[in-house]
Write a protein that binds this ligand. Structure first.
Ligand code: G3P
Ligand code: MG
Length: 233
């Protein structure tokens, strides 16, 4: 079972920052999940719509200029990174799940991923593009078929696996609270992988592996990786 660092190694470092990403790579995470949004025509790696929870700023991310965003602090010494900075930091050393938080960010994001395949040592199969916006994924998987797509849900829609396969996804990403054995079996029958967020408890890590889940998103990837190693030794 693959372990993805959720927003980087965000249990120990500020989420969606370069330090959290570097630590996830040091921990040997199979992949890293980040959130992207557009602000001032730049693809910024940031989860919330509002700035106050994780930075020393206020207001909406989308209303700030790039110069204003760059002045904000996250923790002691981090700032909101751009997608290009994150791609340059990883340089193909692990997979990257880019979660599109809204429609407008999709085009510039996919262009940046294409650039990363040409210039930054990534292979297209290392990228997973996910979103709660399934209509958006349906369009993107047609336009950029070289990348992997995953339909994100916070619920368990009746035809989720059937729909995800129809719109060109190779995986579904589910909330751990909603995991359902029938859904896992349905997805696997259709050739889809099943990844689950957000998994920080070791009991959950081990039982998800036993259930046949293909990947988890954890804020504490080192802990999850160590538990899986110990179990297999
Ligand atoms: O991509 C998995 C998970 O990150 C989805 O929810 O709110 O943490 O971005 P959220
Ligand atoms: Mg996310």
């Amino acid at each position: 079972m693959d372990v993805f660092a959720h927003r980087g190694a965000s249990g120990d470092h500020p989420e969606n920052t370069l330090i959290a990403i570097e630590r996830a790579i040091e921990f040997d995470a199979d992949g890293i999940e980040i959130d992207v949004q557009l602000a001032d025509d730049q693809v910024m790696v940031f989860h919330d719509r509002w700035l106050h929870r994780t930075t020393n700023g206020n207001g909406r991310l989308r209303d700030a200029s790039f110069a204003q965003l760059r002045q904000l602090k996250i923790g002691d010494d981090q700032q909101i990174p751009t997608l290009l900075e994150v791609l340059d930091c990883i340089q193909g050393r692990c997979r990257l799940n880019v979660e599109l938080k809204h429609k407008e960010v999709a085009g510039p994001t996919l262009n940046a991923l294409e650039f990363a395949c040409q210039q930054l040592a990534f292979a297209p199969q290392q990228f997973i593009i996910s979103s709660f916006h399934h209509r958006l994924l349906a369009k993107l998987s047609q336009q950029w078929p070289q990348f992997d797509y995953a339909g994100l849900t916070a619920s368990v829609p009746l035809d989720l696996a059937e729909f995800a396969a129809r719109i060109g996804c190779s995986a579904i990403h589910l909330d751990v609270a909603n995991l359902d054995d029938d859904l896992i079996a349905d997805a696997h029958r259709r050739g889809l992988q099943v990844r689950v967020y957000t998994v920080d408890e070791i009991d959950d890590v081990l039982s998800l592996q036993a259930q046949g889940v293909d990947g988890i998103f954890s804020n504490f990837p080192a802990r999850a990786i160590a538990a899986l190693k110990q179990q297999s030794s």
